[in-house]
Design a protein around this ligand. Sequence first.
Ligand code: AQP
Length: 334
Amino acid sequence: MTESPKRIFSGIQPTGVLHIGNYFGALRNWVAMQDEGECLFCVVDLHALTSAQTRQGLREGVRCVTAAYLAAGLDVEKSIIFHQSAVPKHAALQWLLSCFTPLGWLNRMTQFKDKAGKKRESAMLGLYAYPVLMAADILLYRATHVPVGDDQRQHLELARDIAERFNHECGEAFFPLPEPRIMEEASRIMSLRDGTNKMSKSEASDYGRINVLDTDDTICLKIQKARTDSHPLPSCVEEMEGRAEAKNLLTLYAVASHQTLQQACAMWAGKPFSSLKPALSERLIEVVAPMRDAMHRHLSDPDKLDAILHHGAARASRHADETWNALHDIVGFL
Ligand code: AQP
């Protein structure tokens, strides 16, 4: 039996400069998947509105993420690259899907709990409904595969549940159930300041993350200051239990040098952090420096970036219209 063609969708919020967690956990895999099927990569600016944005900051953020996509190796000849707000049917489908999403499902979402924290009552509806918009992003293109980091696993499961509920209610298998593609080794890169928290654009301190625009000196300084513990490096994955920082730095070394975590462990077993850190800085610079230089080149030509996005939006809209027209009929809109 021939396999049905893959359609791959993913996105990143323009909420700041991307960090190496975004790169190793998501972007690097997208580049590798470009020849596996039809790809759509979105700059999800509607999602970014769930945190405070300025007009100028949002525009710059969208261009910065687009520049990172191109610098990482996404190719406009192979992939559709666009910004979410340019295809208004994302928001229309979100409404439709929200009518198939029980509140109980949303109440289980840990990202909302983490981000709203104790201010649940004053948190915005947009933050609560974020996973339904994410489901709409994916299902609007009837995507079959979604490459994401581990933090998005729960949202993706919700997207599958919503698709299944819709298909069931409508009596036809309209939406494919999207498969997660999570690269286990790099699926959760942790903060350099606290190995139990995810590396994140929104962490207050810049020392928790390596940004893809960081200079070589900044990378060395951040790695030099990265939190460690007082033991020599572990010799196997089992010995990392309770040693979050050791695990994180060795994971970074492994993914930056295309090794498994077990291989990186064997290489550094019993050595001090002080010998790992300079080598890790070097590996990270090898990854970041070419990307940073390419990003600066792309960012110096904002008109070209805008043209790429608008061309991508026109292509994405054709797919979105196809889905929406079919839904019209299924739902019964005139
Ligand atoms: N630390 C991480 N390790 C591995 N993958 C990660 N991703 C994010 N952080 C890590 C993956 O990057 C993609 C884009 O994420 P996003 O920007 O849309 O939202 P996020 O997951 O909330 O990322 P941040 O950096 O933490 O942003 P803020 O601080 O703005 O919320 C996703 O595939 C994600 O899994």
